[in-house]
Design a protein. Structure first.
Lengths: 249, 249
DNA sequence: AAGTGGTCTAGACCACTAT
DNA sequence: TAGTGGTCTAGACCACTTA
């Protein structure tokens, strides 16, 4: 049987909400590897008994651990501890490079022509009603889906096939199709909570943490070529970039 | 008075939880600027009436909007819509460059010698009991705290003052003090939920989204010089990087 | 003093998974 | 069928802010 630190309740110090104390204690069991990857944690009913709190309080503690990608919950099944994150090389190579001895995979969702979304238009410096090629795919490592990538191509190209997208990096494919060279990329990263639709494509749960990585790729004359918007699962990957510094004189 | 889409409840389609429908509807009012930055949203009690649900359900809908940085809640005060994110240039310059016409600020928390933390030791290639200089500071833009930065310096330097840290970029200061040039940086980004302590330093709320940006800086001989760990507020900033591609032949 | 958001309880019903 | 997690309710008390 587990011994719970909560029993050692000094009651002396400040007033920390129960759900936070419980969350921190459960976190400790996971961090210390007392509950290793794949381990079942006690059911919500058991935790209610052990901590003598109501189910809402237990669930609130677990919610946070789930959002941080530390545990996996699903209806009908026991809650288990998740496996650690894999580093994912981005920027300069991006995408496909999910090899750390892992099997990369690409599944094309759609390749079609759409009206440019209002947030993408200014990035590509095109007017509002322009038609663009949109490529959407899911990238996986060892059959675990990791990234949803949506690429809006500024120049209209009609001969990109799903097979080409599945076998080549967009960083090579798109410049070749457009007859340009890529010279520069500007990327922005922001943390997000996954929507239901995103979570479904990534086989994880809505509300989990992720990163939205939006890159604008430019040619040698500084004209935008395409915009890639990647939604990266925060529980399975972190984004890694490498920079070289120029020598100042 | 607001008209709420919820009233138009087709009841025909799938079964979406109430808290999600409400969340999406509130999101719509914010996105469409019907509720602009700074606007007060209805109190929880009012929303309960309007949607005919219990307070727990309303709070669950608001929780998600808060974590995404779209609204600000605090006890005793009405909940208001947040202002949009500022882009934050990183990688190559990093840190201090919070100028977009905004006033940059630095507050030094601590400069002291510590035993190297177990997660930092391998990055700096030092043994477990090494003593390192640790610099901790909070960086702000227009007096809004944005980043908590902790830098562990591999080479022991005893003459760094708070004044120097407040007036100079670590990217210039540390190499100068250590008599080396920086040649390379490897950064990793991952989404996090802010802890209570982090939220306190950043004057926002625990559980909000953020990015943990960990950079290892190397000198010309590929020896690690220092590790910088930055916790960036996700509701106020996004991280922007720029990359140039080398020409292949 | 009244209103706000923050925490917590003790129930309930459901869909899902295992056996 | 029993147990699990997912949703929801209708109360309650608190600390805090504002008038």
């Amino acid at each position: 049987m587990r011994r719970f630190l909560m029993d050692v309740d000094d009651e002396t110090l400040q007033h920390i909400p129960k759900y936070l104390r419980i969350q921190q204690e459960l976190l400790h069991y996971i961090r210390s590897n007392e509950w290793g990857p794949g381990a079942k944690i006690p059911s919500e009913a058991e935790l209610c008994d052990q901590y003598q709190v109501s189910r809402g309080t237990i669930r609130r503690a677990l919610d946070e651990l789930e959002r941080q990608g530390l545990i996996n919950r699903s209806p009908g099944k026991p809650t288990v501890v998740n496996t650690p994150k894999i580093p994912l090389l981005s920027s300069g190579f991006r995408t496909d490079i999910a090899r750390k001895g892992m099997k990369p995979g690409t599944k094309v969702l759609r390749i079609h022509v759409v009206k440019v979304p209002p947030d993408i238009a200014p990035l590509l410096m095109v007017s509002e009603n322009t038609q663009l090629l949109l490529i959407e795919r899911v990238i996986s490592a060892d059959d675990i889906p990791i990234i949803i990538e949506s690429a809006h191509v500024a120049r209209l190209v009609d001969t990109i096939t799903a097979e080409e997208v599945e076998s080549t990096s967009l960083l090579e494919l798109i410049p070749a199709k457009c007859h340009v060279n890529l010279a520069r990329a500007v990327e922005s990263y922001e943390p997000i909570a996954l929507t239901k639709a995103q979570a479904q494509l990534l086989a994880c749960r809505a509300g989990n943490l992720g990163i939205k990585d939006q890159a604008v790729l430019y040619d040698g004359e500084n004209r935008p070529v395409y915009v890639s918007t990647a939604i990266v699962r925060g529980d399975k990957a972190r984004i890694v970039t490498e920079t070289s510094f120029h020598v100042h004189a």
